[in-house]
Design a protein around this ligand. Structure first.
Ligand code: HEC
Length: 135
């Protein structure tokens, strides 16, 4: 009887805690910051800081890494997202790397466009900008 009572009590405390957590706004990094972080961690060492295909590991790739400058167009976007997720020849697949692969592929490709247009300078220290999402 006593045991049933404490189990019931724990259950209600748990329910109360989850309900409370739902009402708390979450802070997360802004999308372009997440894109930059992902680019610097996963892509820059092959594709180079300026998308030219001259990253530090590019020399190890047979045939090299292509220069992506001028290729990041809206018409190429679908195909490029697919290459990022599934890989192509020496380009590794990232579907298994990320928790939310489609979203993360878009974030990194968006950041590459910012690099290409000059809206972001390569090597800029990661800002700590956050956005607050309402629950
Ligand atoms: C090991 C080196 C390497 C890494 C790491 C790498 N790439 Fe690549 N990437 C390549 C190579 C090589 C190609 C050319 C693939 C081919 O031969 O078709 C390529 C091609 C691409 C293309 C062009 C696809 C097309 O056909 O238009 C995009 C976009 C791209 N990579 C994005 C990324 C992104 C984003 C990341 C990080 C998440 C990344 N790459 C990480 C080597 C790499």
């Amino acid at each position: 009887m006593k045991k049933t009572l404490s189990v019931t009590l724990i259950f209600w405390i748990f329910l109360g805690a989850t309900a409370w957590a739902k009402g708390v706004p979450k802070k997360r990094e802004a999308a372009d910051v997440r894109g930059q972080r992902s680019w610097e961690q996963n892509c820059q060492h092959c594709h180079g800081v300026d998308l030219s295909g001259t990253g530090t590991t590019a020399v190890a790739i047979p045939g090299g890494v292509p220069d992506l400058r001028g290729t990041l167009t809206p018409e190429n976007r679908e195909g490029q997202l697919n290459v990022i997720l599934e890989g192509q020849r020496y380009m590794p697949a990232f579907r298994e790397t990320w928790y939310n692969p489609v979203r993360d592929a878009k974030l990194v490709l968006d950041y590459m466009v910012l690099l290409e247009t000059g809206a972001r300078k390569p090597g800029t220290p990661l800002p700590t900008r956050t956005v607050t999402t309402e629950p």
